[in-house]
Design a protein around this ligand. Structure first.
Ligand code: NDP
Length: 336
């Protein structure tokens, strides 16, 4: 049972020294539990937060413990009447090949309904984050302009495409020409490269009527360019701030909080942070039904970036924080 442990807490950008790969015994399931073998491990930006001891909305991974993570896994042995060997389940095994979980903590997947990898992507946590944050907080109206960055990722790509389904104009922001071309394929009205030296002017030209919804995934220089373009009554669901996840100190320069507060006041902005869990009870079922229908009808597409081998998980994760992934990042663990 190969597994990846958190070896130490990173200072700034995480490195290979922060992880340790080891081989352990395959655990035995107790009554009511199942032994699972990981097929796909999901790599997500929130894992950077779990590596750190800084106070957050969830407890950190302990040093010496297996890194946390969502998984699609196959039942190898079952001590529950609800599951049998060969069943595929959504689970939370973390960065390891085998693990046991109580059967009631996993959800059986139907491979005939959708590719199983989507359970941690378009039809899983990231897709739901986009759906809930955009529709419950952003509330785009027909004809309005919605802007989102990290727009080729599982959250951002879903945000832009749902905005289109709702009749809004979608402006996607991504890093590099390849990603920009893909946004055009997905049907975004405008696609911009945030690494371009003319990004600020490009954004201004792309939103002649201003911005009504800015779905915040990144922060940093993208937010700086967006803020002056927000319309009165604009909504800003604050979903993620990946540009700051490796920060070790406050940014240089003058304190700009007073200007930000002034913009919030004078433009009557709604800036509302959220963690997707809060919407699960009320909206998860509707999400699954609506988004799987949109995928079947070809109104929503998704892209996956699959890396093979658990031993490559740390490098792939570093790439995610640098924008090197192209689509939902997954590690295929073990044989096909
Ligand atoms: P992605 O697959 O989109 O990966 C992150 C992307 O962020 C990178 O590929 C890169 O894309 C972009 N990025 C990285 N650094 C910067 C930077 N400095 N400036 C601009 N863009 C940058 O990730 P997800 O779709 O899984 O997640 C998107 C966001 O949503 C994250 O911030 C994540 O933390 C957040 N999230 C929040 C949840 C919640 O409940 N609130 C739940 C799930 C995700 P590019 O090359 O295009 O720049």
């Amino acid at each position: 049972n190969n597994r990846v442990l958190l070896a130490s807490r990173p200072e700034g950008e995480p490195t290979a020294e922060n992880f340790r790969i080891e081989t352990a015994a395959v655990p035995e399931p107790a009554d009511g539990e199942v032994l699972l073998r990981t097929v796909y491990l999901s790599l997500d930006p929130y894992m950077r937060g779990r590596m750190s001891a800084a106070k957050s909305y969830a407890a950190p991974v302990e040093v010496g413990a297996v890194m946390e993570g969502g998984t699609v896994a196959e039942v190898v042995e079952s001590r529950s009447p609800d599951l049998e060997p060969g069943d595929l389940v959504l689970s939370h095994l973390g960065w390891q090949e085998y693990g046991v979980q109580p059967a009631r903590h996993v959800r059986r997947l139907d491979p005939a309904r959708a590719p199983i990898s989507t359970a941690v992507g378009a039809l899983g946590m990231p897709g739901f984050t986009a759906y809930a944050g955009l529709l419950q907080i952003g509330r785009p109206q027909p004809g309005e302009t919605v802007v989102v960055a990290a727009a080729t990722g599982p959250v951002g790509s879903m945000v832009g495409q749902i905005a289109k389904v709702k009749g809004a104009r979608a402006v996607g922001i991504a890093g590099g020409p390849q990603k920009v071309a893909f946004l055009q394929e997905l049907g975004f009205d405008v696609a911009l490269d945030h690494r371009s030296p003319t990004f600020r002017e490009d954004l201004k030209a792309a939103v002649p009527d201003g911005i009504d919804v800015y779905f915040e995934n990144v922060g940093g220089h993208v937010w700086d360019a967006v803020l002056p373009r927000l319309n009165t009554y604009a909504r800003v669901p604050v979903c993620g701030l990946i540009a700051h996840y490796n920060a070790t100190e406050a940014p240089e320069g003058p304190n700009r909080v007073p200007q930000l507060m002034q913009a919030i006041l004078t433009k009557s902005l709604t800036v509302r942070g959220f963690i997707q869990n809060e919407f699960v009870k009320e909206h998860y079922r509707g999400f699954q039904e609506e988004v799987s229908a949109w995928i079947r009808e070809g109104r929503v597409a998704y892209k996956e970036d699959v890396v093979k081998g658990l031993e490559n998980a740390p490098e792939a994760f570093f790439g995610l924080l640098r924008g090197e992934n192209f689509g939902k990042l997954l590690v295929q663990v073990g044989p096909d």
